[in-house]
Design a protein around this ligand. Structure first.
Ligand code: FAD
Ligand code: 5PR
Length: 377
């Protein structure tokens, strides 16, 4: 059995590795000339970690990724919520740069001998099992996977009903040097909110190798704060304790707005749509990449066990979609209530995806690395 995959992001590579490990031949097409990850840092919850283990990338990720002993929320400098994580409880969370995660997944793909063709742009697909490339090449396959991200060209070549929503507020993401912030509470993930003298937020997350991830959020109509390059005087005055890092940002950082995408169905014949192409969601629960990789793994498991690909893809959607829809709806609701200061939702509703044991993983083999910077359980 052979699969052609459009997009070498987290979804496409997870699918490629999972299929390869189940005996498929696979080829991945990446539009960019180089394989690299954009967008600063990323959070990987337990569900994502389990998938990483199932695709042979967990050890490289855990080797370096930060495991915070706690997750704090502070409002105007006052600690309003503290959640112990990564200890004896079930809230496993690793934080890292996107490049760290991506390198680990690429390394696993290389070990599997997977062919990744760069500068190879997909433009469409046919339900009978054809991937179409820019320049007119048509590649036949038993399974075609559209993993080409939120603006998926492969998805848009097929008659899916796509519903999109763009949010008002955007976010600046940047990596800074962690040297000034070591030990004690600085090992935590900290969600800093300020309402006085103005509404601003910095989500602070230590990463591997002395790097620190800042996700900086401002209302869009705050012209002084919500612009690039970020204004160090404005941000530094609201978050004086973070000033040593804020002052090093300069013209770095990347601005994005949140987007939600919903499809009427996730497949057409032998073509499956996965990851952000199928179900982009705001990052409020930090589940986009985790869901993308989970659904990629279950796709591989289900198409391998069934005989009819199109029917297997429908079974896959029926099985996975409820949790994805739930997580997308929750993330969207949290994004809408942002102005109220909504952060993580620490209950079975907010953490449903994080606590889910992904289909296609072997729970008995998952031995999470529990390392704490503060040495306490
Ligand atoms: P992408 O990562 O977009 O990959 C798509 C790939 O396809 C890219 O390599 C692209 O170059 C390639 N491509 C595009 N078009 C074509 C084409 N026509 N032909 C060939 N190749 C093509 N998720 C989490 O789990 N945890 C987090 O903490 C988190 N934080 C986030 C913070 C922000 C601000 C945002 C915006 C998102 C966050 N996410 C997070 C979500 C996560 O980034 C996405 O869900 C994830 O990247 C989706 O992976 P993907 O492979 O589907 O798409
Ligand atoms: N979690 C993460 C994140 O990057 C953001 C949010 C929550 C990991 C913003 O980027 O609340 O918007 C959020």
């Amino acid at each position: 059995m052979h699969a052609e995959i459009a997009g070498a992001g987290f979804a496409g590579l997870a699918a490629a590795i999972a299929l390869r490990r189940r005996g498929w031949s696979v080829r991945v097409h990446e539009k960019e000339a180089e394989l690299r990850a954009f967008g600063a840092g990323i959070f990987i919850w337990e569900n994502g970690q389990r998938v990483l283990q199932a695709i042979g990338a967990y050890d490289d990720v855990a080797n370096g990724a930060h495991q915070a002993p706690g997750y704090e929320t502070r409002r105007n400098g006052v600690n309003v919520s503290f959640q112990r994580i990564n200890g004896a409880n079930r809230f496993l969370l690793q934080t890292m740069t996107r490049q760290h995660l991506y390198s680990a997944i690429i390394a696993s793909a290389r070990r599997e001998g997977i062919e990744i063709v760069t500068s190879s742009e997909a433009v469409g697909a046919r339900p009978e099992g054809v991937l179409e490339l820019a320049g007119g090449r048509r590649l036949e396959a038993d399974l075609v996977i559209a993993a080409d991200g939120v603006r998926s060209a492969v998805r848009d070549s097929l008659p899916f009903d796509v519903k999109r929503h763009k949010y008002q507020d955007g976010i600046v993401r940047v990596l800074v040097d962690r040297a000034p912030f070591v030990g004690g509470d600085w090992e935590h993930v900290i969600d800093f909110w300020a309402f006085e003298p103005r509404t601003l937020r910095i989500l602070y997350a230590p990463c591997e190798a002395g790097k620190l991830y800042f996700a900086m959020m401002a209302p869009r109509d705050d012209k002084e704060a919500a612009t690039l390059p970020i204004n160090p005087a404005v941000w530094g005055s609201v978050f004086p304790m973070l000033r040593p890092a804020i002052e090093t940002i300069g013209d770095r950082g990347r601005y994005d707005v949140y987007e939600t995408t919903r499809l009427d169905r996730w497949s057409a014949g032998r073509v499956a749509v996965i990851g952000d192409a199928a179900h982009a969601l705001p990052p409020t629960l930090a589940q986009g990449a985790c869901l993308a990789m989970m659904n990629a793994l279950s796709l591989a498991e289900i198409v391998t066990s069934g005989s009819d690909i199109a029917a297997s893809l429908q079974r896959w959607e029926a099985q996975e979609r409820p949790l994805t829809d739930h997580t997308q709806a929750r993330s969207a609701e949290l994004a809408r209530t942002r102005a109220l200061g909504a952060g993580m939702q620490w209950d079975d509703i907010g953490l449903r995806a994080a606590l889910h044991v992904p289909f296609g993983t072997r729970p008995e083999e998952f031995a999470p690395a529990r390392r704490f910077a503060d040495g306490k359980p």
